[in-house]
Design a protein around this ligand. Structure first.
Ligand SMILES: C[S@@+](CC[C@H](N)C(=O)[O-])C[C@H]1O[C@@H](n2cnc3c(N)ncnc32)[C@H](O)[C@@H]1O
Length: 209
């Protein structure tokens, strides 16, 4: 469902289903980047596919900030966290990833933005927040789907992807048939401002994904 802001909500079953847990368990990704006692942020967290796995890893001495603009998936995540007795580890908020001022500057060891950018239109706003909250030695994992209409405001074109990555230090990157991902850290000497890349692309129509 596409909202008035142009951002896209997904039914929880799309991101939290048995097949995904079997084929691509969340621990496979997050255990590479998160350790006990660390502070992580899951932006565009959905119903907590990765947030709950990160909470298990960071434990009682760590913290996971889970952010999604859809209140329904945040409520679901909170119920799941209570059932797993990790509600004290997870701070879940229904807000846009471009409005996360409740997370302190430079306080996060690992930011996950899996499938976020291609569901929202304010890419620069989200990227600025990721830059702001990342610890100087922190890392962020960004991923986006590739096969979207070029005139969709959520689409991250190859050109824009390179533009967004250029505001970070690139640590690793990859590409599959349907998606691309990158592991990044803050640029030494501070991040350049993320420009209004989309303004150059002109008016855009509705989404097809
Ligand atoms: C493709 S899903 C990925 C969910 C989760 N990261 C996962 O891997 O299971 C994208 C999520 O981004 C959320 N979203 C869309 N626009 C957003 C925004 N502006 N701020 C925060 N979350 C947003 C949607 O509600 C959806 O839950």
């Amino acid at each position: 469902m596409v909202t008035a802001t142009g951002d896209r909500k997904l039914p929880p079953v799309v991101t939290n289903n048995v097949l995904r847990y079997l084929l691509s368990p969340p621990e496979r990704l997050v255990k590479r980047y998160v350790s006990s006692g660390e502070r992580a942020a899951d932006l565009g967290c959905g119903a907590g596919f990765h947030s709950l796995a990160m909470a298990r890893i960071v434990g009682e001495s760590g913290r996971v900030f889970a952010v999604d603009f859809d209140p329904a998936v945040i409520a679901r995540l909170q119920r799941r966290a209570e059932r797993r007795r990790c509600q004290r580890i997870i701070t879940a908020r229904a807000t846009s990833a471009s409005e996360i001022d409740f997370i302190d500057d430079g306080s996060i060891d690992f930011v996950l933005a899996e499938g976020l950018l291609c569901c929202m239109s304010d890419h620069a706003g989200a990227i600025r927040q990721i830059q702001r909250i990342l610890h100087p030695r922190g890392r962020a994992y960004l991923s986006t789907v590739k096969l979207m209409r070029p005139d969709d405001p959520r689409t991250v074109t190859r050109e824009e992807w390179e533009h967004l990555l250029s505001s970070f230090r690139l640590l690793d990157r990859g590409e599959a048939l349907m998606s691309r991902w990158a592991l990044v850290g803050p640029r030494e000497g501070g991040a350049p401002a993320v420009g209004a890349f989309r303004a150059r692309l002109g008016a855009r129509g509705p989404c097809c994904c």
